[in-house]
Design a protein around this ligand. Sequence first.
Ligand code: ATP
Length: 302
Amino acid sequence: MIQLYIPLNFLGVLYREIKQSLADMEKLFSLLDQNKEIADKADAPALQLQGHLSPDVVFQGVNFSYEEKRQILFDVDFKIAAGTTTAVVGHSGSGKSTLSRLLFRFYDIQSGAIQIGGQNILDITQHSLRQAIGIVPQDTVLFNDTIAYNIAYGKPGATQDEVIAVAKAAYIHDFIESLPDGYQTMVGERGLKLSGGEKQRVAIARTLLKDPVMMIFDEATSALDSKSEQMIQAQLKQIAKSRTSLVIAHRLSTIVDAHQILVMDKGRIIERGTHTELMNLAGAYAQMWERQQHSNLATQEE
Ligand code: ATP
């Protein structure tokens, strides 16, 4: 019994830790293949998509708490129109990442609804939901395997040509070719350590291979060097184009073109609009923008 308990307990700890970050969501689900706390309804259908068109996403009066006594989201209402990008900004702990965890149905909400293409995520299979969403996390965790495997993970059974094509599109092909073992180079904790920018490019290649109709991009808190940053931003814009996207943003400069920006504070949306609309509002967003401009200037002057 004890022997059985230990690994199960370990999985529980692992599960809780991984739930905290978006980084390993997909990995986790492939390991356990199901989340005991979140169950599919009997005979739940798959998410219905119209061809390969991106669906809209609606959060309707969402209230959520991880623990009974502490509510984290309060009556959160927003819509991401099909194929558009919504960015979420706000102080640390305001609930930004929680929105993406809920969209992926890592947790069930206490009240309200989350709908994709008019289908409540409680009514469809978790598998079809997660198949439809690609994630570029803050910090990509690589498997202790070859770089080819790490990219191909986006699409089980992908051919070598497909892997190379997405690596080229993510501007990581030349780097991989320059390694002594090329695509067969072992990476991860026990292999070659990649830089933050390289890891993010692997995640982008993976996402391109998965070719999802929706995207979650969790921007890294610390900026990469500005050349990598610009390249990655340009690629993400390309991927997000025509895909319904949710961007958790830390640097406001990266989201000025978003179709909609939500400003969160203590679990509530306090402002919403485009960058220009929010600047004209001269409220919390405009203040954050001013502050970031000053700190950018200060860094440049150092
Ligand atoms: P950051 O910018 O620092 O990533 P965030 O705005 O994304 O912050 P969330 O990660 O969504 O914030 O967290 C919102 C609140 O929920 C925080 O107060 C956090 O402590 C709490 N929280 C997050 N995960 C859990 C959990 N598993 N159990 C209990 N509380 C949690």
